[in-house]
Design a protein around this ligand. Structure first.
Ligand code: 5AD
Ligand code: SF4
Length: 442
């Protein structure tokens, strides 16, 4: 038998890329590749890239430059660029960096076997089409190895919202939902192999409207209720959501579906109506706050997480203060915040930019406030008993680490031997650290 070739994949950016990287590994598994953690060992290196913020392409070029010695040492090594930078700048990358053998955009991963074969035949391969078929329908089933207890499952891709700052509608294309039957089948396969928690992924996951078993469209809540029926699946999460797609049935599910975890990532980006309008968000600060109230009425203990952009073109001090005021009202348990970065080709790129020092100051203040809220909410957990699903051993001997229902990392000393990976156990929280909690089994 031929010796298996080795594949090294480096993943940047969002969880969807993590899922895609896994699936690419599986597809190339069908071509005789096995995974390696060591790039120096690899016969193929794939960079799965992210284009969301500044210097994305520069980072890819610098990463590719670092691979030169490996290519010199092993002329058979094939180097590929996948993901959103590949989609946006694939041809340019091929031109500028002769090291690159293969460029593949996110919608074409099912064509990797042909692309890989072309590189083996000494050709350069580039595919950044938006094919009509669903790539996942054409990708091999997952391998049968036992998996980690938590898995991602992409249910929807692309976005039709066209926020004025965002490249996603251009790199990932229009919004497409996968059929519910396929998703449920994949979920059952995951559970058969030991998965107990599934996070449904989509750029606009709550806009999900895939074909249900009877042909009629199914909402995300409908899909969640179908997943709820799968024995052995204990936890369901989803990300990322848009406020305007937070349907009543989904809010209701947060109150009544025990497997749906009390955590919601609901980006607002800004608290200023003037800026929200310029961002093309089509919701106001108040409508977002009202929505949060309704979600909390359904599930009072839900942990809300958000994304924020400061220094969006024309943002004034008053606009920024509106964002700070909104944050004070919501109380976020977790948040991701960014300085606006100009993305070529997006509408906001043409507008008057905010002084970078002003934007840095704002980001600093905003992050102080968000960290303070995160710390307060973590401190509120101390003394409470929460369910934790254990995912791995910790850094200290005997320690096990897992995630609470609220997605907090929880460390439990001396738990090794008492709990196994995948166990869900009640844990009493005894202290709160910077980014995690510590607890003891009850
Ligand atoms: N500049 C800064 N942040 C951005 N995001 C998306 N595009 C930009 C940009 N051009 C942020 C948004 C989004 C998150 C994934 O990344 O907050 O929700
Ligand atoms: Fe980008 Fe807005 Fe779509 Fe989110 S909703 S992916 S920020 S365009």
């Amino acid at each position: 038998m031929e010796k298996p070739r080795k594949l090294y994949v480096k993943t940047y950016g969002c969880q969807m890329n993590v899922y895609d990287s896994e699936r690419m590994g599986e597809v190339l598994g069908g071509q005789g590749y096995i995974a390696t953690e060591n790039p120096a060992d690899a016969d193929m290196i794939l960079l799965n890239t992210c284009h969301i913020r500044e210097k994305a392409a520069e980072k890819v070029y610098s990463e590719l430059g670092k691979l030169k010695p490996l290519k010199d040492a092993n002329p058979d090594l094939k180097i590929g660029v996948a993901g959103c930078v590949a989609q946006a700048e694939g041809e340019e990358i091929m031109r500028r960096q002769p090291l690159v053998d293969l460029v593949v955009g996110p919608q074409s991963y099912h064509r990797l076997p042909q692309l890989e074969a072309a590189t083996r035949a000494g050709q350069k391969a580039l595919d950044t089409d938006f094919p009509a078929e669903d790539k996942f329908d054409h990708m091999d089933a997952r391998p049968k190895a036992r998996r980690a207890p938590a898995a991602f499952l992409t249910v929807q891709e692309g976005c039709d919202k066209f926020c004025a700052f965002c490249v996603v509608p251009y790199t990932r294309g229009a919004e497409v939902s996968r059929p519910a039957t396929r998703i449920l089948q994949e979920a059952r396969e995951l559970v058969d192999r030991g998965v107990r928690e599934i996070t449904l992924l989509g750029q606009n996951v709550n806009a999900y409207h895939g074909a249900g078993p009877n042909g009629a469209d199914m909402s995300l809540a409908g899909l969640i209720w179908e997943l709820d029926k799968i024995d052995g699946l204990e936890r369901i999460r989803f990300t990322t959501s848009h406020p305007n797609d937070m349907a009543d049935d989904l809010i209701e599910a947060h109150g009544s579906c025990a497997k749906l975890m009390p955590y919601l990532h609901l980006p607002v980006q800004s608290g200023s109506d003037r800026i929200l309008k310029r961002m093309n968000r089509s919701h106001s600060a108040q409508s977002y706050l009202d929505l949060i109230d309704r979600i909390r009425a359904a599930r009072p203990d839900i942990l809300i997480s958000g994304d924020f952009i400061v220094g969006f073109p024309e943002e004034t001090d008053a606009d920024f203060e509106d964002t700070m005021a909104l944050i004070r009202k919501v109380r976020y348990g977790q948040a991701f915040s960014f300085k606006y970065s100009t993305r070529p080709g997006t509408p906001a790129a043409e507008r008057a930019q905010v002084d970078p020092d002003v934007a840095s100051d704002r980001l600093y203040r905003l992050q102080e406030l968000l960290s303070q809220q995160q710390a307060e909410i973590q401190n509120d957990m101390v003394g409470r008993t929460v369910n934790v699903m254990f995912e791995k051993t910790g850094r200290l001997p005997g320690q096990m680490v897992g995630k609470s229902d609220y997605l907090h990392a929880v460390h439990v000393a001396g738990a090794e031997g008492q709990v196994a990976v995948g166990d869900i156990r009640a844990v009493k929280i005894i202290s709160s650290g910077r980014n995690s909690l510590a607890g003891e089994l009850v």
